[in-house]
Design a protein around this ligand. Structure first.
Ligand SMILES: [Zn+2]
Length: 493
């Protein structure tokens, strides 16, 4: 269904600083690129929030009937320790520290990233390209920028000439900076610096002999600058101009500003129609930081193995908690906030469990059509998930009144209410109903208790054919039973 023809989505564009009507370049199709993780450590909870925000955006665009090509990369090379093109490559540094291959670092933390975001019910992107898989494309872009006279080579490294670029373009337009101010506020170049201006950034860095991640290029062995990979991969899969580019707020400058500069320098076109930035997550009112211990990993929240929260919280509750804030607002995680979200989550799931069994009558007290449009209005207003959730709780209130016989609904309205609630909760917000999963495991426990009891009775009667059959058949199903001192237990393989 092409809902987008009736639902007019407006999104906040960081480039214009305003909410704009969303009009994709090709009708019915959306190209979206989001800067992915640098896979040198376990995925940070703040990053999970960013990717979850764009997952919700991806889901809503799909719900509206757009065909979306969503590209989210994996940074597996080129990301240096600081933004000034200095320091070691983050992945190479970790590889040295753990005495493993850089690609082992990449593999380990890519797997962790995928496992974590899968628990949080993020949909996989359409394409998940890697920086190391696109070295040739990156070299080609560098050649084009050199040809246009906007990049220069020094001692095997290539730098982007920001001052030259700014003569015909506007470097700083996304982050609202002026190059003149940046120049006055930065240190002078020292004699050892290879750059012509301190604002210039590396497109290609020469690899010193000890540098393990290296590729041949027209300028000698080296590795690509971090900003370049996103330009190469977004252009390759979405074209020179595409609809949406997203990322965390912290990437706006210099990363995204550099992406714009590289693309405009090589193609002459502005690469992105709508720039979206997701805001950060704080913990107990403070910035998360590993060095101050004000930090928590997703796995520690799910297991409860941490010194910050009073109990474990399920991924669904964490997701519901995050969806309760607008993606452009700072969100603070605390035990109180998670406890409140857990309560809200269960109220919402209870209502979803009840909605299909509501008694119906010949008239409705609840205006489902008007409510449904309010849900769309919320999401059409720059993906306002907290307002959508407030509308969902308006429905929860009505469902409970109807259930108690204090209000009425027609069969048709009940069906519409059920379909719409499920679409917004499960498909758009991506919140899983884990109360159902719990019911399943309760049922499994009951069945297993019964089987173990029958097997014990068979053994007591020396009917070993039956008791062995139960054990072997369960084994074939992946369920192992163990006889111990305290009775018989079972485990799933
Ligand atoms: Zn990027």
């Amino acid at each position: 269904m092409q809902l987008y023809k009736d639902q007019h989505l407006r999104i906040h564009n960081s480039l214009s600083g305003q909410k704009q009507l969303f009009e994709p370049i090709n009708e019915g199709h959306v190209g979206m690129y989001v800067c992915g993780p640098t896979v040198y450590s376990n995925v940070h909870l703040g990053n999970c929030r960013t990717f979850m925000s764009f997952d919700m955006i991806f889901r809503y665009l799909k719900h509206l009937g757009y065909k979306v090509r969503y590209v989210r990369n994996i940074t597996d090379a080129g990301h240096l320790e600081n933004d000034a093109d200095e320091g070691e490559d983050k992945i190479a540094k970790k590889a040295k520290l753990e005495q493993i291959e850089p690609m082992e670092v990449v593999q380990r933390y890519t797997v962790d990233f995928h496992n974590t975001i899968q628990k949080l019910n993020l949909l996989p992107p359409s394409i998940e390209p890697t920086a190391t898989g696109h070295i040739i494309e990156q070299i080609e872009i560098i050649k084009e920028i050199i040809e246009k006279g906007i990049a220069y080579e020094v001692n095997g490294s290539v730098y982007f000439d920001v001052v030259k670029f700014n003569e015909d373009h506007d470097y700083g337009k996304l982050s609202g900076r002026k190059l003149e101010d940046m120049i006055t506020n930065t240190r002078e170049l020292t004699a050892q610096d290879e750059k012509r201006n301190p604002q210039d950034f590396a497109l290609w860095k020469k690899a010193e002999p000890q540098h393990i991640m290296r590729w041949p290029s027209p300028w000698g062995d080296g590795f690509p600058g971090w900003h370049l990979e996103c330009t190469a991969m977004s252009t390759k899969y979405l074209g020179e101009t595409f609809d949406i580019h997203g990322g965390g707020m912290d990437l706006k400058f210099p990363h995204h500003e550099c992406e714009i500069a590289q693309a405009e320098a090589s193609t002459g076109k502005s690469p992105v129609k709508y720039w979206l930035h997701a805001n950060m997550l704080t913990l107990n009112g403070k910035k998360m930081s590993k060095s101050t211990d004000n930090n928590i990993y997703p796995a520690e929240i799910f297991s409860g193995d941490n010194n910050i929260l009073s109990k474990p919280y399920t991924p669904a509750v964490v997701r519901f908690f995050m969806m309760q804030a607008h993606y452009t607002s700072i969100l603070d995680l605390s035990d109180d906030a998670l406890l409140a979200s857990e309560k809200g989550y269960h109220r919402l799931m209870d209502a979803l469990d009840n909605v299909d069994n509501l008694p119906t009558s010949s008239s409705s007290d609840f205006d489902v059509a008007a409510w449904k449009q309010k849900c769309y209005d919320a999401m059409n207003d720059d993906f306002n998930s907290p307002i959508l959730i407030a509308q969902l709780f308006d429905a929860v209130k009505n469902i409970n009144l109807i259930k108690e016989g204090k209000s009425s609904i027609t069969e048709a309205d009940k069906n519409e209410l059920s379909t719409t609630m499920k679409a917004f909760v499960y498909d758009v917000l991506g919140i899983e109903n884990q109360s159902l999963a719990n019911d399943d495991s309760a049922a499994l426990n009951g069945v297993m208790e019964l089987l173990i009891q029958i097997r014990n009775e068979a053994r007591a009667n020396k009917d070993f054919a039956t008791s062995d059959k139960i054990r072997d058949e369960l084994n074939a199903l992946g369920i192992q039973i163990k006889d111990g001192k305290d009775g018989t237990t079972f485990s799933l393989n």
